[in-house]
Write a protein that binds this ligand. Structure first.
Ligand code: SF4
Length: 337
């Protein structure tokens, strides 16, 4: 019987699942992910994780708890860095995640917790894949073949994300090989950048289906992953230095892009209550939005008590304000003309 490898459906799932899915399946393993986040994953996470953990870390504990008795091996990499950017790492909670989970949840199956540190050395991704495969007693040519397949699948997936396809559909399309239609946006009077970490932006339970609701309100939305990668790295040149954390840097860089190049009508920053890195990211983005002609900016802080009604009341008021602002602007221009 084929061995199963479990992959919790949160945190890095939303950006890297297709890569590891292709890699493990090509090596002959069955990959199992937990269910999409729901009330039960949240309750389990709140029960298992330390009290002062942020919402995404609690959810990770919930997903691991759901998965642990269904798989032979749990894939829980220690995420350190993925870009060669001066001193950039993941948030400390990512660095210590395997230890945190081991300490909080009993009865775990075997865990693969190789360090993902792609910021240094030569061919770091290939070396990482060899280490992970080594843990599974796989070596040689099959590992190279799995690596190549994983890279191809990841490329397909990131192309879908860049085209604005929601992450869950992009993942599904990439791993099944089914074609995915690039969405056609109807003409929209409001264009909003929804910025934040992928595990908040792409988890519909956490963000109370914000994207679907905005689409029904006729609003076109943009994300960090829709910024062309070659444009993203060059953003924020005027900052005296980079932030330390990968997702924080990406979020701030995307904010610059949407303030200076794509020029959206407003920015929604989605953040987790109690997130240390975001305390700085949020203020920085708010100040930059002010500097760029007062681009409307709103922060949505999400936690385990976030309710749909509260979020939607704020979003509707924000959108009304944007539309009013636009009408006034058009009015002034027509009077001047
Ligand atoms: S970056 Fe913030 S939200 Fe993400 S894991 Fe770290 S503390 Fe939590």
């Amino acid at each position: 019987m084929e061995m199963t490898i479990g992959f919790p459906r949160t945190l890095f799932y939303f950006l890297y699942y297709p890569f590891w899915y292709a890699f493990f399946t090509e090596l002959g393993f069955k990959v199992v992910s937990s269910d999409p986040t729901n009330r039960s994953s949240l309750d389990l996470g709140m029960r298992e994780a330390v009290n002062d953990a942020c919402l995404p870390i609690k959810l990770y504990h919930g997903h691991v708890t759901e998965l642990k008795d269904k798989v032979d091996i749990l894939f829980m990499p220690r995420m350190v860095s993925i870009r060669k950017l001066d001193r950039e790492t993941f948030c400390p909670k990512f660095l210590g995640l395997p230890d945190m989970v081991r300490n909080s949840i009993s009865g775990l199956p075997r865990v693969i917790d190789q360090k993902v540190d792609l910021g240094r050395g030569v061919f770091p991704l290939w070396r990482l894949c060899q280490q992970v495969a080594g843990d599974l007693n796989c070596r040689g040519w099959p590992v190279w073949r799995a690596f190549q397949k994983a890279r191809r699948m990841q490329k397909t997936f990131t192309d879908y994300l860049a085209a604005g396809i929601p992450a869950h559909q992009a993942i599904e399309a990439a791993i099944t090989g089914r074609a995915c239609q690039t969405p056609e946006y109807p003409p929209s009077d409001v264009r909003l950048a929804i910025l934040g970490y992928p595990y908040l932006i792409y988890d519909s339970f956490v963000n109370v289906c914000l994207f679907e609701k905005l689409a029904r309100m006729g609003i076109q939305t943009f994300t960090v992953e829709m910024v062309p990668s070659e444009r993203l790295n060059g953003q924020g040149k005027n900052l005296p230095k980079n932030l330390f954390w990968n997702f924080s840097n990406r979020t701030v860089q995307a904010a610059y892009y949407y303030l200076e190049e794509e020029k959206t009508d407003g920015i929604i920053h989605m953040t987790a209550f109690g997130c240390g890195p975001d305390a700085m990211v949020d203020k920085l983005m708010e100040l930059e939005a002010k500097k760029h002609g007062g681009v409307p900016f709103i922060t949505l802080s999400l936690d385990e008590h976030t309710g749909e009604a509260g979020v939607m009341t704020r979003i509707e008021a924000f959108v009304d304000m944007l539309r009013l602002r636009r009408e006034r602007h058009e009015d002034i221009i027509s009077r001047q003309g």
